[in-house]
Design a protein around this ligand. Structure first.
Ligand SMILES: [Zn+2]
Ligand SMILES: [Zn+2]
Length: 54
């Protein structure tokens, strides 16, 4: 299923993918298909501190 629209990250019209994490519609270049998430989420995971000790 192909969806054309405006990418939520770079803002240009392209074929969009839905990020399973944040639900944003992003284009192929803004979607990290290896990780299965958008670039916003791949960068966001690094920013979140892991609380190994609760
Ligand atoms: Zn994009
Ligand atoms: Zn995302």
């Amino acid at each position: 299923m192909e969806v054309m629209g405006i990418c939520a990250i770079c803002g240009r019209a392209a074929k969009l993918y839905t990020c399973p994490l944040c639900g944003k519609l992003v284009c192929g270049q803004c979607m990290d298909q290896k990780r299965g998430m958008c670039l916003s989420c791949t960068q966001g995971t690094r920013g979140k501190p892991k609380n190994s000790k609760f």
